[in-house]
Design a protein around this ligand. Structure first.
Ligand SMILES: *[C@@H]1O[C@H](CO)[C@@H](O)[C@H](O)[C@H]1NC(C)=O
Ligand SMILES: *[C@@H]1O[C@H](CO)[C@@H](O)[C@H](O)[C@H]1NC(C)=O
Length: 476
């Protein structure tokens, strides 16, 4: 409030009618008091002839012509008497700064409306409505949303905390100046007065793979093999091979998945993770010459007794006769495919006598030898079981001792089932041909006779070749 010098004689504009009346009524008493005061003052200072001084209370100035204290219209006098766009209303002894939309009523019911009440607008925040008034004759009515407090300030009503709102329970009440708004919880949107779930997935979202809407929110999901990044939106590849290996053998990470591979000799099972042994033996009958033995991750070949593995699949006969055998001293060792046999070193039986290894001769001086082969020669050979036929297996050869001799060859014994025949290959030789496959293990003895004629000296001799054929148990 501005302070004015007392005795200011400036001329102020006339008051409105209503105000004038109030003035007169209110200050009738005051004038009486003032008059008494002046009289007393006159009396006490009469002898001094001092000039009379008049004092008006704040907001009034002395009108020397009318000899009264006159109200000062501060609204007209004081530039920017009210700040913040507030309306200045002059009043006795002061002025009011009121919101533009405030209305003033005097207690006798007369309305004091300098301007028509405009549409309510939120009152300025600071300062609240200041009031300078000396009487209770006026009441201030605040616009809707505001309430007058004890200091006669129009205070904003907090509708939200005072329960004077219409927001539903799923809405959030926000107080505004002069009013309030009902807003939906995050993730909800207004549908009329209702708050309904906002489907973030149908609107712009940033899920890399999949968006899952929930009531009031949403979340992102990733395809299998991916995991949600820390930003909860991106998907990053999971290295499944790290940590616990999901594969039984090798694991190879790929984008969004992984691949298992198995060590050699294993194949991936139907679960694509575990490895199962490959039965290489089932691939073919030719994996091994004799027997295939499957083992984890591979296979092996075995050979029967009497053989040893040569390389990985071939069975090679063991020559027991070279390696060590248990034939007796008077026996000779004869190796064959898959074993060995012991034959007597001296196969010659009476009346034959041994003249050389495997050769027995019947001494021609004895009559016992009449009609018997002069010599018997023992031969041993080994053939494989189920040998393909026909097969030349043994050649008998005569020694060409004399001219004009003629040799004939024949199978004397051991061909009862016709497994062999003898093919003459020259005057001095013949070939034993096997015509039926023989299955081992067995021993077959064939007697081959050679008869030599010499017509010139009338010589005839026969000799026998006793061929022992040992057929091994296998075809190898
Ligand atoms: C991702 O979601 C988790 C769990 O819901 C949360 O704790 C974290 O703060 C979120 N991170 C980001 C970046 O939003
Ligand atoms: C075989 O014997 C026959 C008669 O017996 C004879 O004519 C022929 O020349 C002999 N061949 C040989 C190669 O000795």
């Amino acid at each position: 409030m501005h302070d004015f010098k007392r005795g200011d004689a400036r001329n102020y504009p006339a008051k409105p009618f209503v105000k004038q009346r109030i003035f007169h009524r209110l200050f009738a008493m005051y004038r009486i008091c003032l008059f008494l005061c002046v009289v007393i003052s006159c009396v006490t200072s009469q002898e001094a002839e001092e000039p009379i001084s008049y004092t008006c209370t704040d907001g009034y100035t002395f009108d020397p012509v009318r000899q009264v204290c006159k109200d000062i219209d501060e609204c007209a006098l004081v530039p920017d008497a009210c700040k913040g766009g507030m309306k200045c209303i002059n009043h006795f002894g002061g002025y009011l700064c009121l919101p533009q939309n405030a209305q003033i009523f005097v207690s006798n019911g007369d309305e004091y409306t300098p301007t028509p009440a405009p549409v309510p607008v939120p009152a300025p925040r600071v300062p609240e409505t200041r009031r300078f008034i000396h009487s209770q004759a006026l009441t201030i009515q605040c616009s809707s949303g505001f309430v007058l407090d004890e200091q006669n300030y129009c205070r904003d009503i907090d509708e939200c905390s005072t329960g004077r709102h219409t927001c539903t329970s799923d809405q959030v009440c926000f107080n505004t100046r002069g009013s309030y708004t009902c807003q939906c919880q995050p993730g909800f949107q207004k549908n009329g007065d209702q708050c309904v779930d906002r489907d973030e997935c149908h609107q712009a979202h940033y899920c890399m793979h999949r968006c899952i809407n929930t009531v009031g929110s949403y979340y992102c999901e990733c395809n299998p093999g991916y995991k949600l990044a820390s930003n909860n939106h991106s998907c990053i590849d999971v290295n499944e091979c790290e940590g616990s290996n999901p594969c039984q053998h090798q694991c190879y990470n790929i984008l969004g998945s992984f691949i298992c591979q198995c060590d050699q000799g294993y194949e991936l099972a139907s679960d694509s993770r575990s490895c199962q042994d490959i039965d290489e033996c089932s691939y073919s009958n030719f994996m091994c010459q004799y027997q295939c033995v499957n083992n984890p991750g591979g296979y092996g070949c075995t050979c029967p007794d009497g053989y040893q593995l040569q390389g990985s699949r071939i069975c090679q006969d063991i020559n027991e006769c070279e390696r060590g055998h248990d034939c007796r001293e008077d026996e000779k060792c004869q190796n064959y495919h898959g074993g060995f046999r012991c034959y007597p070193r001296n196969p010659c039986q009476e009346p034959y006598v041994r003249t050389a290894e495997n050769r027995c001769v019947c001494p021609s001086v004895t009559s016992v030898c009449q009609g018997l082969p002069t010599t018997i020669v023992y031969k041993y050979m080994s053939i494989l079981s189920d040998h393909s036929v026909p097969a030349d297996i043994f050649q008998i050869q005569a020694t060409n001792m004399y001219h004009n001799t003629h040799n004939t060859f024949q199978i004397k014994a051991g061909n009862e089932d016709g497994e062999f025949y003898l093919r003459r290959s020259s005057n001095l030789s013949a070939m034993l041909v096997m015509t039926k496959p023989l299955s081992g293990p067995r021993e077959h003895v064939v007697d081959l006779e050679m008869v030599t004629h010499n017509n010139v000296i009338n010589y005839r001799s026969s000799s026998l070749l006793r061929l022992t054929i040992i057929i091994g148990p296998y075809a190898f």
